[in-house]
Design a protein around this ligand. Structure first.
Ligand SMILES: *Cc1c(COP(=O)(O)O)cnc(C)c1O
Length: 430
């Protein structure tokens, strides 16, 4: 596999863009080697600058649920294009978008459009703080909610009541308002709540985690959080930027039958264009300016091209509910095939899967939180990633990420992935 053009571009990029990339994980730091630069993509395939083809298992980190350059979405953007690209004034499509979101995610009574998942989550916690008049937030170790200061916090231990920033540039003042607990650990949540009585505005979580690799909520975890939040008048926020429209039409909340107070959306909702949204109970959302005193704004929010793409995506999903069964079938076949390859070769592994999200962890422990995810053999994963890439399968370049299946994956692609898995493992084992 020749990647000369990618290598040249990466050399140039590193001189003028920090690390050569506009989002850190793209740099392949966790797996070694240099990133490949992408030229185009269509359906199940992505093509690099050297014209190598790869089967897509990332799909832009989720948005391309229907595969790349889906004709319906492409047409919607083309049609919108003729009428200029931004007005900074309200439009018909924003009303249609809000109606569509509320129809598909019934816990949302009112919704605001923003330009990214990060904007959605940072605005949602501001709304929750404004609504409750409380300062602290509770998040879970290993959950990612975008790069706003309040979320870049890891606790020294689950017992810590004061957060330690995970990133330079996050002030101690901000960090001390973020409490963290291990995922799937209701006891620590209860402990933190009694230590911070009436100080916690919201609990925010990924109802199915994608950002420590795929981790499902344990039986009773979401229900337990729902009960705690109701009892303590804490706003329960499901960050469904990844899971929204992916695990079901109504996201993880539909799949597990738990109703949050607020929901954040992103990724799929923009069909590949930069879109995010946050919404929930009207009594919370009505605290936003211009009705209320919580300020949040955006020059490009509700952008006509982005709304056109997003609406086309949501209509396509809404009109074809069978895609969730299809996605589930494809992902099941892939993971069963991968598991068989691993078993044959005596690999230490665990596969976590929920619908069209899955992670192959190289560990023999059950992965239920960040602590157990970290028992994975990262060096082995790095070799596996490179071996798969060489065989034309584009995986997420980190052990702590989920794969995202699209409906564009064919039976033939599934066989190719399973074959590449077996050959890659054999190559590593020598
Ligand atoms: C990707 C992601 C975000 C951040 O969204 P951006 O559009 O990258 O800002 C937030 N929360 C979750 C769960 C995500 O997966």
């Amino acid at each position: 596999m020749l990647t000369t053009k990618s290598q040249d571009l990466f050399q140039k990029a590193q001189k003028i863009i920090p690390g050569g990339v506009n989002s850190p994980v793209r740099a392949f730091k966790a797996v070694g080697g240099n990133p490949i630069f992408i030229k185009s993509a269509k359906g199940a395939y992505i093509y690099d600058e050297d014209d190598n083809a790869y089967i897509e298992l990332i799909n832009s980190w989720g948005p391309m649920l229907l595969g790349h350059a889906h004709p319906k979405i492409e047409n919607a953007v083309r049609n919108a294009l003729e009428h200029s690209f931004s007005y900074g004034a309200p439009t018909r499509r924003e009303v249609e978008m809000a109606e569509m979101i509320i129809k598909m995610v019934p816990s949302i009574e009112k919704v605001r459009m923003v330009n990214s998942g990060t904007e959605a989550t940072m605005s949602a916690i501001r709304a929750a703080r404004g609504f409750t008049n409380r300062s602290k937030i509770l998040k879970f170790e290993g959950c990612y909610h975008g790069h706003a200061d309040s979320f870049l916090i890891a606790a020294g231990s689950g017992m810590a009541t004061m957060g330690i920033p995970d990133s330079l540039g996050v002030t101690k003042g901000v960090a001390q308002d973020t409490l963290t607990a291990p995922y799937n650990d209701l006891a620590t949540v209860e402990m933190l709540i009694s230590a911070n009585k009436e100080e916690i505005a919201c609990i925010i979580l990924e109802p199915v985690v994608g950002n420590m690799g795929c981790v499902a909520p344990a039986q009773g975890f979401l229900k337990g959080l729902r009960e705690i939040c109701t009892r303590e008048k804490i706003v329960l926020i499901f960050d469904e930027v990844m899971t929204g429209f992916r695990l079901a039409r109504g996201g993880a909340q539909e799949l597990y039958g738990i109703t949050p107070d607020m929901t954040t959306l992103g990724k799929i909702i923009g069909g590949g264009l930069p879109v995010g949204a946050y919404g929930g109970k009207a009594e919370i959302m009505d605290n936003l300016a211009p009705v209320g005193k919580v300020y949040q704004a955006g020059t490009l929010s509700g952008n006509p091209l982005a709304m056109a793409a997003g609406l086309a995506m949501l209509h396509e999903i809404n009109d074809n509910p069978q895609i969730y069964k299809q996605l589930d079938d494809i992902c099941l076949q892939i993971t069963e095939g991968i598991a068989e390859g691993c078993d044959d070769l005596g690999i230490n592994y665990k596969i976590n899967r929920v619908g069209s999200m899955f992670t192959l962890f190289f560990t023999d422990m059950e992965v239920t939180n960040f602590e157990t995810a970290k028992t994975s053999d990262l060096a082995f994963f790095g070799k596996y990633f490179q071996a798969m890439l060489k065989r034309g399968v584009y995986l997420a370049p980190s052990q702590f990420e989920s794969m995202f299946i699209s409906t564009a994956i064919s039976e033939e692609n599934i066989k190719q992935i399973i074959k590449a898995n077996k050959e890659s493992l054999e190559e590593i084992l020598g």
